[in-house]
Design a protein around this ligand. Structure first.
Ligand SMILES: Cc1ncc(C[n+]2csc(CCOP(=O)(O)OP(=O)(O)O)c2C)c(N)n1
Ligand SMILES: [Mg+2]
Length: 556
């Protein structure tokens, strides 16, 4: 006899996997799941105002914990509302389990109300998409979804749950929680890679998202020091290496300094650690010198040789590969000692340029608030608080990427997936995962308005998120493309906004409207001290945007 239906078994399975929170929005196919959440207190269900927000929150939860974030939606429209966030997580290698209610098996494939083949629709944006065929297979397939999401290159997995599966009686129970171990590189590959690197006169290290953010990976630092050359990170992964390290040369990608790029262009050997050579990181695949010896480490073997064919490719966990390579490259054999002065002089020159480039000249005008003043205010905030800065897709992003030194692990999180509106919900997920650490999200006004309705969620659920809105009344990044590539013919990029501080107060949140740079530090402090959700509306010139020397990357 069964005392449980599929929905209750699902919730018990989530609890067995260690899930603490699920974000969702109701619909007829998942009402039994909501009933099941209501009957227990191990997994907390939080309701949002748009499914996209649920999925972005799951993304943030995953980035803060390393465990899959979980979101829940109902068939066709509910599922599709999550698609952008799921696709962004897929690009960004973020583990997620996306639970979707589906029409019951007895009416499937008749174009029933809101019926959508979610397995096909989400195939290109998930690691795996599976439908549970009967209630007793809920634990097997849901628990496998968690393992798939975190194993190898992490990513989102979709589980489709037909209504009959959720309402039918179930007799099985969840199995043990299991996570696969991290793959260590083969000893022969490590020796071959070390030989290539030890023979280099100018070795560069590219640190990618495969390297953990928190705490800093000591083996990666040891490896960098054994190599002796410059260290750069991939685009939006500036948090993977201590930025105050004397070998650090900045982040590649949109807005990278010339010296950061030269650290790779001038290298005779490149070690790429946990990176997949994305379009932005590699300047559309033009950055790596043809004659440099490449050692490529990635957990996904299909990445090795996909873009650049390496001299040695290691299908392995980046941290374990770094540990083994560091052990192999003892100082007596490191290139800096093998060619005394050569590498040190090269690094020293680049580093000198880098330190100079990081200086930020402030414009004389202090009102409305320039991107430079906003960057300095956020930089100062980071130095006097423990806040994590989450950066969405505003034009201020490259300013931050250039001029904010990340010296405490995990205190800067940016998405390279490109989806506007990721920041505010993801920041909420991070805060819910780790309530003890304050989170400040920097968002563009265009991006914030895509998810602004969920300020209500933050207030209702007491999530003390601080949202700083770079309010330039424009889709600034695209406006700048019209300026640089379309002869300044502006169309569809300017709009109006209400007073966002008043909008915040209307919801019961704290609101600050800042029109001059001098007011900004105190406004940020008050927002953080408010103890609840807060919006800091930073009013900018409608033409404020990217650093003046930066041209938005054309689509071509
Ligand atoms: C969902 C989505 N739609 C469109 C784009 C294209 N896009 C990239 S940046 C941008 C403008 C962002 O505007 P805003 O958030 O106000 O930031 P700003 O550049 O003005 O600082 C747009 C439309 C995108 N990246 N994501
Ligand atoms: Mg804007």
């Amino acid at each position: 006899m069964s005392d449980m239906n599929g929905a209750e078994l699902l919730v018990q399975t989530l609890a067995a996997e260690g899930v603490r929170q699920v974000y969702g929005l109701p619909g007829t196919t998942i009402m039994d799941v909501l009933d099941a959440f209501g009957g227990q207190d191990r997994v907390r269900y939080l309701s949002v105002r748009h499914e996209q927000v649920a999925a972005f929150m799951a993304d943030g939860y995953a980035r803060a914990t390393g465990e899959p974030g979980v979101c829940l939606g109902s068939r066709g429209p509910g599922a599709l509302n999550m698609a952008t966030a799921v696709g962004n997580a897929c690009d960004e290698s973020v583990p997620m389990v996306v639970l979707i209610g589906q029409v019951a098996a007895d009416i499937t494939a008749r174009a029933a109300f809101e019926e959508l083949d979610v397995l096909t629709a989400f195939g290109p944006v998930t690691k795996w998409a599976v439908e549970v065929p009967r209630a007793d297979r809920v634990p097997e397939l849901v628990q496998r979804a968690f393992r798939v999401a975190v194993s190898g290159r992490p990513g989102p997995v979709l589980v489709s749950l037909p209504l009959d599966v959720l309402t039918d009686p179930a007799t099985v129970r969840p199995g043990p929680r299991f996570r696969p171990g991290r793959p260590r590189p083969a000893a022969d590959d490590v020796t071959a890679a070390a030989r290539v690197l030890a023979g280099a006169a100018r070795p560069a290290l590219i640190v990618g998202g495969g390297v953990r953010a928190e705490p800093y990976d000591g083996d990666v630092i040891d490896l960098a020091e054994a190599l002796g050359g410059p260290v750069v990170t991939t685009w939006s992964r500036k948090d993977r290496f201590p930025n105050d390290h004397p070998q650090f040369l900045g982040a590649l990608g949109a807005g990278a300094f010339a010296c950061t790029e030269r650290a790779v262009r001038e290298a005779d050997a490149v070690l790429a650690l946990g990176c997949r050579f994305s379009e932005f990181t590699t300047k559309r695949w033009t950055l790596l010198p043809d004659d440099a010896a490449l050692v490529h480490v990635d957990i996904d073997p299909s990445e090795l040789g996909k873009i650049h064919v390496p001299a040695v490719g290691l299908p392995a966990d980046a941290g374990l590969a770094a540990a083994d390579l560091a052990a192999c490259l003892d100082p007596a054999r490191s290139p800096i000692l093998a060619s005394p002065g050569g590498c040190a002089a090269w690094l020293g020159g680049l580093r000198w340029e880098y330190v100079a480039a990081c200086e930020l000249a402030l414009p004389e005008r202090t009102s409305p608030v320039s991107a430079a003043h906003l960057t300095v205010a956020l930089r100062d905030l980071q130095s006097r608080t423990d806040a994590t800065l989450v950066v969405d897709a505003p034009s201020t992003g490259p300013w931050i990427q250039r001029h904010l030194d990340v010296t405490r692990p995990g205190r800067y999180v940016a998405s390279g997936g490109g989806a506007m509106a990721w920041g505010f919900p993801a920041a909420m997920g991070m805060l819910l995962a780790r309530p003890e650490r304050p989170v400040v999200c920097l968002s563009g006004d265009g991006s914030f308005w895509m998810v602004a309705q969920d300020l209500e969620t933050a207030v209702r659920e007491h999530i003390p998120i601080v949202i700083v809105v770079a309010d330039n009344f424009a889709y600034g990044n695209t406006r700048d493309r019209q300026r640089t590539a379309h002869g300044g013919r502006y169309l569809g990029v300017f709009y109006d906004n209400p007073d966002l501080a008043a909008f915040a107060r209307l919801h019961g949140a704290h609101g600050e409207r800042v029109t001059t740079a001098a007011e900004l530090p105190a406004a940020l402090d008050r927002a953080l001290a408010a103890g609840g959700p807060a919006v800091v509306d930073v009013v900018q010139d409608p033409h404020e945007g990217l650093p003046p020397d930066m041209t938005p990357i054309a689509a071509r």
